[in-house]
Write a protein that binds this ligand. Sequence first.
Ligand code: SAM
Length: 243
Amino acid sequence: MGCGLAGRSLDRIGTSFDHQLARFAQGWCSLNDEPLNIRTCYDAIAAKYAEKFQDEMDHKPFDRDCLDRLVEEVGTREPICDLGCGPGQIARYLRSRGAQVLGVDCSARMIAEARRRNPTIPFHVGDMLRLLEADGSWGGIAAFYSVVHIPSDQMVAALTEMRRVLKPCGVLLVTFHVGDETVHVDEWMDIKVNVDFFFYQPEQMEAWLRDAGFELETTLVREPDPDVEVATRRAYIFAKKSR
Ligand SMILES: C[S@@+](CC[C@H](N)C(=O)[O-])C[C@H]1O[C@@H](n2cnc3c(N)ncnc32)[C@H](O)[C@@H]1O
């Protein structure tokens, strides 16, 4: 379904037709319904999600180590984007390590939460499938559990877009839930939603990263910590734009 042409979606997101078309013209909006479902879902849960996850880095030493490595690789002079930033807890941690950071998310309400909670960090609305940034804008990307909403047939396009906006030698750290299943969620934190979570195998993500032109650096898989997160195995892949 074309963006802005589905009355059901327009009603749901409460956006005027003209405004939607303008966004499409800017290249912001995706060409199918799924990102609209994602936006609707995260707009609805933004406040509760932010409350729940804003301090999660305090309890995630493995994630902190990975983010420390990202800052070491990228340095503190080039921007690192928290892509699919939600309320911005990853950006905040990166900033605490001295990095230049920004955050991008397709949900306007998540971006509002991120700005409110981290007023000195720049955040803006954007779609990882069609980023507004020029080629070679960022030194690094931390995509934490945001590709979990990218269907398999769009993953190479999303990764290719990330590679485009990275500088030469820029580094991507992408994390996701390990598995083969698609989990449909219709209620989250007592709010009705309509969203799919795609689990992926690390080998499959590595192949997609290669197809998108990345050079693979390191793949790490860890077991969940049920005290602080949903009990899924987690993958972390470092990949570099080498050319
Ligand atoms: C599971 S949450 C993760 C948020 C945060 N990174 C974290 O670790 O808590 C997924 C986030 O990705 C965002 N997202 C999903 N698809 C996106 C897209 N195509 N472009 C930009 N953001 C997207 C959602 O709005 C949501 O905030």
